[in-house]
Design a protein around this ligand. Sequence first.
Ligand code: MN
Ligand code: MN
Length: 324
Amino acid sequence: MFWTGELIARTAPVRRRVAPAPWDSPLLGKATAAYLGLAIGDAMGATVEFLTPNEIRHQHGEHRDITGGGWLRLKAGQVTDDTTMSLALGESILAARGVDAQAAAEAFDAWMRAKPVDIGNTVRRNLIQFRKTGKPEAVASEHDAGNGAAMRVLPVALACLGQDRTATLAASRAQAHVTHHNLHSDAACDALILMLHELLHGHEVQDLRQHADRLVEQFPLFAFDKKRRDNPSGYVVETMQAVLQAFFDTSCFEDCLIDVVNRGGDADTTGAIAGMLAGARYGLDAIPKRWLRALDPAIRQACEQQAADLLRLSQEKSSLAFPG
Ligand code: MN
Ligand code: MN
């Protein structure tokens, strides 16, 4: 279990902090926008996944709408593994009342059995390994540096809001290592969760820039300031470069998503990650109505519901973890 604070709380007298209910605050709006941003970026990017920026220009001009199609031949508004794995993880967190590796692995396994529209190679390989060994942690591998763990960090970020850094990063590892046990993937997941926390707390963009800078300090490979990253692959370093460039170089939700998906490459995943950050940054009102309308209604509803449920869990957890 990763809620170290809870153990302290069980032995100490609990003096409940009076925190504002999340639904009374802008927090719920930002959390909901982050989840919808993830799904919208996924749905929008899937259309142009694996195309180059040139091919996108030829086929779509500038890709600005949720139109479906792409190599997966999606219906307009349909999402892919980025969103559905996040939702599966979120369900496991709610059921286990915390981020639990075993529960996450079982949820991903059930998700794979249900024949998702797409699935990454590393995810498939390590989930098959989980079926064999029952161990919810993949063997560490320098090759498993895909973006498959980073794309689904949002439910962990929401559930761990208010937790201390140690508990948060332990939860980050627990979910990530089910399929991706890799230093670069870990660093990206941590940076994303800490950035999401800054945004959800309403901090300025300079405050979260430090997490991106720290990522580059730790692993200079992630440097995103110099050359424009077009055509990002599924390698988490390239994914993060495209996402961070688009995120820091634009100043509204719409521009951020259009920027990142028109870079092509692993566009559903760059879209999903940029979408969660931009949603948490700009809030619900900034999401273009045409994108909200286009999103699969069942997915929209599931994202909204989970954002609220995970926030509520985080509030219950933090009032336990930090009495007084
Ligand atoms: Mn995908
Ligand atoms: Mn992808």
